[in-house]
Design a protein around this ligand. Structure first.
Ligand code: ADP
Ligand code: GLC
Length: 486
């Protein structure tokens, strides 16, 4: 509640939104947290760019839209940028898709410079202007990652917006991506005050660092797990932002992500060939069969199936996986990976699958329905991340009775607990970030699967019974919003 007793009004400012423009976990969070917040009594709406293909996706999913009469305008690079506002309501949450030529390029540019960073600055200013086009004014702008980090910077340092007031929250889904590029001609073109560019604000080794600016300028900063909130104050995976994060720690808190448990539900999932639940696990065997067939392996094998669903980037630790290919094949397990990303990682996995074609299979690319079959048909979910702000995949795998093997880092440490602890657990964990560390946990999992089916069933049920809803975390965000309104 605000002081006047009305619900807090929050605008989610996000460049990814499931199911319309998801790239990774940020899309999942932006697509599911607002629903939970609404149920908790927050008046939350979402603004997001209509990247190429997004409006087509909206209509293919049968979502009804209307075009708002007024357009939204922002001034950037010495011209006015306008966008049409397409409004939709999904599960009770109002979404504004901004449609203009500014968003006609790729969602995430491979090279960042003034020109490729411009859509993100324009988007943030249009988010600030939205209130003038619709009959609703947010109390708080809730921003996500570097792509919307310009918004808190604008509220603090922009010639016009710093006079308008407004509160912002910067949620850090991944501090490794910061939005770094040359300052020229950004400083002049963006409307930020020249004094806003210094080492205690957004300057970073002579470059602009939007995330650094967002962290300093935001009213509050959150990140997606308590352990990551601690790690980033000292940990090298922040690419040198830990000093700033340590300095800003009084306004930083870690709130663990939840899942859209209706969407990720093995008992209602239309993308898998047989349904199952804690009460009746039978359907999982049919999913495993279908997955093995799809991979071209013997569908009747007794071997454990290890699955990975991931972006193939350094963060996820796949160099350990392909360097351990021989040892994994020796365990007798099948390893199925779906993902795409860095060339050198894809190449490493392809070479491993060529060396061990009876054991390792890569499905290259992004494929939502196949990812569901992987979660449902696997026995073991492998996620050996170097760092992991939260991680949703390990939680999804547990929902589908696929027991995770993870490194004890970030949100993985907050959600996966080793079964060999005295008090028991829901997965297998390791600490040392190398092949030996990973294989120590993976071998324990494979051996337990092969030789102790009763315990394995217990591990599956333990994971399937975890509470991965947003309920608790939505309450924590609501508390934060209300604190900011005091
Ligand atoms: P990150 O956001 O770092 O990529 P998360 O574990 O938080 O990691 O979220 C990843 C999300 O993206 C999950 O919903 C996962 O199922 C999905 N995903 C990742 N790779 C693929 C893929 N190749 N095909 C389909 N879905 C994928
Ligand atoms: C990021 C992180 C991931 C997290 C997701 C959603 O992409 O890499 O760990 O789960 O954001 O917050």
């Amino acid at each position: 509640m605000t002081k006047s007793g009305s619900a807090v009004k929050v605008l989610f400012v996000t460049t990814e939104l499931a199911p319309f423009s998801k790239v990774g976990g940020l899309g999942d969070v932006a697509g599911s947290l607002p629903k939970a917040l609404r149920q908790a009594g927050v008046d939350v709406r979402v603004v997001t760019p209509a990247w190429p293909g997004v409006l087509e996706k909206v209509s293919s999913l049968g979502v009804r839209t209307t075009t708002v009469k007024a357009k939204v305008y922002s001034a950037y690079d010495w011209r006015i940028h306008s966008a049409n506002i397409i409004k939709a309501t999904v599960d009770g949450v109002i979404i504004y898709f901004l449609n203009s030529e500014d968003y006609s390029g790729s969602q995430y540019p491979s090279q960042l410079n003034f020109w490729t960073a411009s859509p993100f600055a324009v988007f943030c200013m249009q988010a600030l202007e939205l209130k003038n086009a619709i009959d609703w004014e947010p109390d708080i702008y809730h921003c996500h990652d570097w792509t919307s980090a310009f918004l808190p910077c604008a509220l603090a340092w922009h010639r016009h917006y710093r006079q308008t007031g407004g509160k912002s929250i910067m949620t850090l889904h991944n501090v490794a991506y910061q939005g770094i590029f040359e300052p020229y001609p950004f400083l002049e073109a963006s409307g930020l005050e020249p004094w806003s560019f210094n080492s205690s604000t957004m300057e970073f080794y002579g470059q602009v660092n939007l995330l650094k600016g967002g962290i300093v300028a935001a009213t509050a900063v959150t990140t997606v797990s308590p352990t990551y909130a601690n790690e980033i104050q000292t940990y090298e995976s922040t690419r040198e932002l830990s000093g700033i994060l340590y300095q800003q720690r009084s306004k930083l808190r870690g709130i663990i992500n939840g899942l859209d448990v209706k969407f990720w539900d093995p008992n209602g999932d239309k993308a898998i060939p047989a349904k199952f639940s804690v009460k009746d696990l039978k359907g999982k065997a049919a999913c495993k069969k279908a997955l093995l067939e799809r991979a071209g392996f013997d569908p009747n094998t007794n071997a454990p199936v290890i699955v990975c669903v991931s972006r193939l980037v350094e963060q996820k630790g796949f160099d350990m996986v392909f360097n351990a290919a021989g040892q994994i094949a020796e365990t007798g397990a099948k390893l199925l990976i779906i993902g795409s990303g860095n060339d050198w990682i894809e190449k490493g996995i392809i070479q491993a699958s060529e060396a061990y074609p009876d054991s390792i299979k890569l499905f290259k690319g992004y494929d939502e329905p196949l990812s569901h079959l992987m979660y449902a048909g696997g026995d073991i979910f492998l996620m050996p991340s170097v760092f992991e702000p939260c991680g949703l995949s390990q939680m999804i795998s547990m929902r589908y009775g696929t027991v995770p093997v993870v490194r004890e880092v970030g949100g993985l440490r907050d959600t996966v607990f080793d079964v060999d602890r005295p008090e028991g657990g829901n997965g297998f964990t390791f600490q040392t970030c190398d092949v030996d560390g990973m294989m120590w946990a993976l071998r324990r999992a494979v051996e337990r699967y092969n030789n102790d089916k009763a315990s394995w069933k217990k591990f599956m049920i333990e994971g399937m019974s975890e509470d991965f809803t947003w309920d608790k975390s939505a309450g924590l965000y609501k508390n934060l919003y209300e604190e900011l309104m005091q």
